[in-house]
Ligand binder design. Structure first.
Ligand code: SAH
Length: 230
């Protein structure tokens, strides 16, 4: 299944962004409990420095969130890895690619990691400027990711049901429209809470339509907001 990434030579950086630096990040994630080798490989493969401003590129392989403009952040690699790992636990084990919806494209990094795992990615972002930059990165890296500029709390009903849904901004509660667009047996992973305290929640839809919820970790995400911005 690894890897759908066909990197063009100019897109692969040197120096501070070398493979050695990325390998060190992967070791750190492993020490901090990330076990899924496919996820670790995807993080090793996707050039995170291309998802931040050039001025921050030297910090791209630190395990930390970084600003991407408009008051938003690219998530911490550990959080990206943990959420991806949680989604994969319940993704269907069939030959067809896992269809995943992401709410909150931001830099596009999480979407690229999902694509590197061979998933069919649909991502929605409410800030037009961020989405334009993310699309440019997808093109540079040759990633086939479907995206739209919209309020992602409505999901993407035309492409539902999804085998996995990931929300990368924190709301006060899980969004009903998103749960509706989840396939039976599939999971939604989302941060839930306010500005001072949030948990990463994993919800799995059972065959009878009921849901099972588990708390995975304490996290700190930017807020899930309504409406769109150019
Ligand atoms: N997954 C991103 C994380 C970006 S931060 C990455 O890998 O870089 C969260 C993003 O969610 C921000 O870009 C923010 O604008 C966006 N967002 C917040 N509320 C949203 C909503 N209702 N619909 C779509 N995007 C939203």
């Amino acid at each position: 299944m690894m890897s759908k990434l066909h990197l063009r030579p100019h897109a692969v950086g040197l120096g501070m962004t070398s493979q050695r630096v990325r390998d060190r990040l992967v070791e750190r994630l492993r020490e901090n409990g990330i076990r899924n080798e496919n996820v670790l490989n995807a993080i090793r493969t996707v050039p995170r420095h291309l998802f931040v401003d050039e001025a921050l590129a030297t910090r791209a392989y630190e395990d930390t969130a970084l600003p991407i403009g408009h008051g938003q952040t690219i998530s911490q690699p550990w959080v990206v890895a943990r959420m991806t790992e949680a989604l994969l636990e319940n993704a269907p084990k069939t030959a067809a690619p896992t269809r995943v919806l992401e709410v909150g494209t931001g830099s596009g990094y999480q979407a690229a990691v999902l694509a590197a795992l061979g998933m069919e990615v649909y991502t929605v972002e409410r800030i037009g400027d961020l989405l334009r930059q993310a699309r440019k990165r997808f093109r540079t890296l040759g990633l086939n990711i479907r995206s739209k500029h919209d309020d992602g709390r409505a999901g993407w009903p035309e492409h539902a049901p999804f085998d996995a849904i990931i929300v990368t901004a924190a709301g006060p509660a899980l969004v009903a429209a998103l749960i509706e667009q989840l396939a039976v047996g599939a999971s939604l992973v989302a941060p839930v809470g306010g500005a001072s305290s949030q948990s990463l929640v994993k919800l799995t839809k059972r065959a009878d339509g009921s849901v099972e919820e588990a708390k995975l970790a304490a996290v700190a995400f930017v807020p899930l907001l309504s409406g769109t911005l150019d």
